[in-house]
Design a protein around this ligand. Sequence first.
Ligand code: SF4
Ligand code: SF4
Length: 366
Amino acid sequence: MELAELMTLRPLPGAGLLLTVTGRCPLHCAHCSTSATMASGEPDAGQLRSFVGTFTPEQHPSVLMMTGGEPLLRPELVASLATSARTAGTRTALLTGAFFAGRADRPGQAAAVPERIWRAVTSVDHFSVSLDAFHERETGRAPVFALVRRVLDAGIATSFHLVGAGTDDPYLADVTADIRRTFGDRVPMLVNSLRRVGRAASWATADTALPDPERALPCSMAAWPVVAADGTVVACCNQDVVDRRPAPAHLTLGHIGTDGWPAIRTRVLGSPVLRMIRTVGPANLQHRYGAAGAAGARRGYCEGCRAFGDDPAVLAAATAAGGGPAGALLDRYAARGQAEAGAVALVRRHGCAPYADLVALPGAER
Ligand code: SF4
Ligand code: SF4
């Protein structure tokens, strides 16, 4: 499964599930938005298995994206979740920091990949590695390239997830050119700007700048639920929503200890507020329905959305507008339009625009 196909599914409600396998990570990247350490929390393995076990051939996400922290700290769990998901018809993807690949202080020396980690890597349909200046200080670039080559040679679709300081960051120009030189056209790249880091948030996140509130600006990131490190299932990958508790009620979908996929999917698709966030976006909702002078009106895109609970008028109006068959129809229409626009258009909006073309392999659907 190639990266462009994954990204095309990103705006479709319930088409995917982002799953935090663990919040722990052995690396120490200075930019880590989750401040992940080896002491961070992680979901109960039994609850994760049970939750993925509720996928059925009739009701399952098309894609299960396993993230962290560092998911390959639990390689047996990754492999068993991938196997279980595949039984129901779900394809799987994995995003890693490749802590096992090598060390920056031993340049050029790729480490042998432990067998249990290799089994996990080869159990998924798409393998993605994070790379940026901070990761490179920990793992080096050459060992990560050696790992990606090995995964490619094993017949698994791979991609790089790159983060830079912004469109003009020379690091991005250098690393994207290096990947092209090394791998030709075989490996696509998803390029984001630094503020969008954090593994659960890393498959393109909502823009946090304050847009023109008169315009509808749908949030595609409210389409795939996220299992957080404490097992809570939230509606989007905004890092504050994923990490802070309590999560806003309108962005909370349940918990893997008590809910299965069918219930979560029903809530993703059926919530009138989520439908309106996906259809016109939070800034437009706030502008249309918020109390004059309400704090949310002065906040950024995601910040305003998270604060909807402070302005009951917005929630009440969104509930009325997004309920019933008309709300469902609008939601489907908005999602289909974004999916049909394709992966490059999605990344142009949510990622680092000048590098958006790199998300698709040459000749692939864009
Ligand atoms: S940015 Fe990613 S790889 Fe780096 S410390 Fe945080 S979770 Fe680990
Ligand atoms: S906080 Fe709201 S606007 Fe931001 S990604 Fe989540 S659902 Fe979308």
